[in-house]
Ligand binder design. Structure first.
Ligand code: UTP
Length: 410
């Protein structure tokens, strides 16, 4: 059997014969898809089995730096700084998302906005932070950028054209995360404009496998890097070089540390940290029951209020461990354009397909303890998710500029 025949027989077996294979490229793509896994994920999606059971859930509180003594804070800061100066720290940017809500034409990190009268991309804002650390600690940090198969080349070209924003090129590496086909509500594959199966990145939790697959873990070990801060591309206020979080992790002897902020309302669309069966987990805003969502303590603080904001620090041991485990897939309903049977481009107005994603925070349960540090919204969280309104470039810009004013006392 040639490749086309092999691919056709797989499509037939999995009830996908609406796809007509004309080229070897199409056949090769199909031969790489794990259809058995896809079938299982579709069953999950339609039976809503991806929703976690919420038995045995307890709240968890973060360490609040405002309640620590000055000496303790100084000790953590210096522990963190020392580790950085010894060359044991690197950063990783998760930039493989699709940014569907923002709707920017291109990788999300290439989205530009005007900050303090200068136009900068989200990538440049992050590189600025690395440059600041370079000056402060006299060390050039390694930076690993996770892209998706869909945006890899464009991301690399963007950095090349911008001359890496003046950062030494050899310290920035790109690696691709995995992807998975989208399925429509009937479990059918969708075709893109090139006649290929529409795929999307497998979620930010795919980072550990991709790091292993692309030799990043080996490289970290060779370089003697023990800690990696893994952050999102779309929060202008992420402290990529978070000395306090690093110092706390060292002091607490944990392998994972995360910075949170308190939810601004019970209905804010963020996942919150909690304990389930004694293990740390993040419960998604879509999954938290109403009584838990609105519960407050005697001081009026939201009990399930420690929001996960994608500011995570991992020890190399944690990255290695997570890379050998299968984090579970979550199902999201998304809008995706596709080409129909007649060759017409269909632009849906509503969510028309299932996307399967792993989440980075599902690695938290791999350890009995992690360190949780409470940050401040105005200092740590300026996300860009939507094109306008809440969590948009407009709101993030204001938060970022205010923070810059405060720290530079302008
Ligand atoms: P989000 O989950 O908010 O997704 O990503 P998104 O792709 O940016 O936006 P929407 O949901 O399509 O509108 C949080 C962070 O995780 C990264 C994103 O790039 C962002 O930094 N991410 C997300 C990945 O790196 N890979 C993925 O597969 C998904």
């Amino acid at each position: 059997m040639n490749k086309i025949e092999q691919a056709e027989s797989i499509l037939k077996k999995y009830n996908q014969n609406h796809i007509k294979i004309k080229t070897e490229e199409q056949a090769e793509q199909i031969l790489e898809i794990d259809f058995a896994q896809l079938e299982e994920l579709y069953q999950y999606a339609i039976n809503k089995k991806n929703i976690d059971d919420i038995e045995n859930i307890e709240p968890i509180k973060a360490i609040n730096p405002d309640k620590l003594k000055k000496e303790e804070l100084n000790e953590y800061e210096s522990l963190g700084e020392e580790e950085i100066k010894k060359g044991k720290f690197a950063v990783a940017i998760m930039a493989g998302g699709q940014g569907t809500r923002l709707g920017h034409n291109g990788p999300k990190g290439t989205f530009k906005l005007e900050i303090n009268s200068k136009v900068k991309s989200l990538f440049e804002v992050i590189v600025d932070k690395l440059k600041e650390a370079q000056k402060k600690y006299n060390i050039t940090l390694n930076c690993y950028i996770m892209t998706s198969p869909q945006n890899h080349e464009e991301t690399k070209e963007f950095f090349e054209k911008a001359n890496y924003f003046g950062y030494p090129k050899q310290f920035i590496k790109f690696f691709k995360q995995g992807d998975l086909p989208l399925l429509n509500k009937e479990g059918k594959l969708l075709l893109d404009k090139k006649g290929l199966i529409q795929q999307a990145s497998d979620g930010n939790g795919g980072i550990f496998h991709s790091m292993a697959k692309n030799g990043i873990i080996k490289e970290l070990e060779q370089k003697g890097i023990e800690w990696v801060f893994i952050g999102s591309v779309d929060n202008l206020l992420v402290k990529y070089v978070d000395t306090l979080l690093l110092g706390l992790a060292i002091k607490e002897k944990v392998k994972i540390a995360t910075r949170t902020v308190i939810k601004n309302s019970p209905y804010e669309k963020v996942g919150v940290l909690c304990k389930k069966d004694g293990k740390i987990k993040v419960i998604e805003y879509t999954e938290i029951p109403e009584n838990m969502r609105v519960a407050v303590d005697e001081n009026g603080e939201i009990i399930y209020g420690e929001a996960h904001i994608m500011c995570n620090l991992y020890n190399i041991e944690a990255i290695k461990k997570a890379s050998t485990k299968e984090l579970k897939y979550h199902v999201a309903e998304k809008k995706a354009e596709y080409i129909d049977k007649t060759g017409k481009l269909i632009i849906p107005q509503e969510a028309n397909c299932y996307k399967f994603e792993k989440f980075i925070f599902d690695s938290f349960c791999l350890f009995d303890r992690i360190a949780i540090l409470r940050g401040k919204r105005e200092e740590d969280f300026a996300p860009i998710k939507n094109a306008s309104g809440k969590d948009s470039p407009e709101t993030a810009k204001i938060l970022y500029e205010n923070y810059m004013k405060k720290i530079h006392k302008i």
